[in-house]
Design a protein around this ligand. Structure first.
Ligand code: GLY
Ligand code: MN
Ligand code: MN
Length: 439
């Protein structure tokens, strides 16, 4: 599959928008460090999302600097990156180096990363504010303080040191929350790959297999389509394991008569997808499984219907809760009436998480959920998940035929001008469609 690539002009435009929001000062934004797994083996490298959002640059050991325009000087976009190194490139592969990076990533200036300590204090001189990520990495916080103190030491020469440090994420989170059409195209592509992976997983699942064999199918499909990493650790949870919300052991055998819950999504070009489907391991829902499954599906439909401009973040969750709580009463899982079950939160014995989160470069993406103490309103271009569920553990207070049913149904939803659009609509989820695919 040919991947859509976000053009470099878009990254340049983001940097410019960010600089305009800064108004004045200098932003210093590092990418993520490489992490040792054991001895000299590293974890697979993943750049920092904020850094990548503004640069498109995927190499480690890089720092982006953006200097806002002043009356005397224009805006500047500066990248520090690894120098070209013939020897290292024989071992580790191609690196851009400052010269090629400048041209490719449309930067004003580029320097080798080892010049950071001598150039940054100069760049900080006479700037009123530093924007960076604070409290994200203590080694980075210390470096910022060292550079700041170096500038402060020169104040008697007439240089002014920044008086404020702001967290750059305040501006960037709001920018990242509203996706451009290009970002939505990439997210659609990521979603398509994940849908294909879920379809394949449904088709290959049989009693007697191990959860990790299904996980292997998911990862295989991601990779085959160029999505080289899952966006988060896949959950492949048969039977009672589905009632462990963050189950990732994925090493149990799958039993006929049980359900299988799969929560898995790939990352493509830095963008996540996040899908959950739950289906019967033997291909046929039992009667009680159908009852609970249809309830969760109805709750999801009610929640998705609330995703539209001007509705508030909490409305999908409240809509799902109403359906679920009433269903729990009708099935005898909760006692009382709808108001009393919602009021007492008795439904939390079976539904204990919220109904979604922002989705983007990070699976739990950037963006505030409340503004001035109120749940924020949906706007076109926001992307979220809608993922109600029901988890019934073996419990003497619950009729035994319900035990060990764990169900979640999760889709990725764009807020559009008129309502919403599903990125993951083609992953089967009605009882009829699932049973048909599994034939
Ligand atoms: N897969 C993580 C989540 O659904 O939030
Ligand atoms: Mn999710
Ligand atoms: Mn998920």
């Amino acid at each position: 599959m040919q991947s859509l690539i976000i053009p470099m002009e878009s990254y340049l435009k983001r940097r410019h928008t960010f600089a305009q929001h800064m108004q004045a000062g200098i932003a210093i934004i590092p990418t993520a460090p490489e992490r040792i797994r054991n001895r000299d083996a590293h974890y697979p490298y993943r750049f920092d999302s904020y850094f990548y959002y503004l640069s498109g640059f995927t190499e480690p050991e890089a720092v982006l600097v953006i200097v806002a325009k002043t009356d005397q000087a224009p805006e500047r976009h500066i990248l520090f990156c690894r120098a070209k190194d013939k020897e290292r490139e024989i071992w580790d592969g191609y690196r851009y180096g400052p010269e090629a990076a400048k041209e490719t990533f449309l930067l004003d200036e580029t320097y080798p990363i080892n010049r950071l300590d001598d150039i940054i204090p100069t760049l900080l001189s006479n700037q009123p504010i530093i924007y960076t990520m604070l409290g994200h990495d203590s080694a980075w916080d210390q470096r910022i303080m060292q550079w700041l103190n170096q500038v402060r030491e020169q104040v008697r020469t007439g240089i002014m040191a920044p008086e404020k440090i702001n967290d750059c994420r305040g501006i960037l989170d709001e920018m990242r929350l509203i996706k451009s059409d290009q970002e939505l195209d990439v997210m659609q592509q990521a979603a398509n790959i994940s849908v294909q992976a879920h379809r394949n997983a449904m088709q290959m699942t049989k009693p007697g297999q191990y959860e990790y064999q299904i996980e292997a199918e998911l990862l295989y499909t991601f990779n085959r389509h160029g999505a080289r990493s899952p966006a988060y650790t896949s959950i492949v949870a048969g039977g009672s394991n589905a009632c462990v919300l963050h189950y990732v052991e994925n090493n149990a055998v799958l039993k006929s008569g049980d359900l299988l819950l799969i929560d898995a999504g790939c990352e493509l070009q830095g963008y996540a997808s996040d899908i959950t489907r739950t289906f019967p391991i033997n291909g046929k829902f039992s009667s009680v499984q159908k009852d609970i499954y249809q309830l969760v599906l109805n709750a999801q439909a009610a929640a998705i219907a609330q995703v539209k401009p001007d509705n508030r973040w909490d409305e999908p969750h409240q809509a799902a809760l109403k359906i679920l709580a009433q269903g729990f009463i009708d099935l005898g899982l909760c006692q009382g009436n709808l108001d009393s079950v919602l009021e007492s939160e008795d439904y939390k014995r079976f539904y204990m998480h919220r109904t979604g989160h922002w989705l983007g470069m990070d699976v739990h993406d950037a963006g505030q959920y409340k503004q001035q103490g109120e749940w924020r309103r949906f706007q076109p271009g926001m992307v979220l998940t809608v993922e109600p569920g029901c988890y019934i553990r073996a419990d003497e207070n619950v009729a035994e035929h319900f035990w060990n049913i764990g169900i979640r149904i999760e889709d990725d939803v764009i807020v559009t001008e008129n309502g919403n659009q599903l990125l993951t609509a083609t992953a089967p989820k009605t009882i009829v469609d699932i049973e048909e695919l599994m034939q």
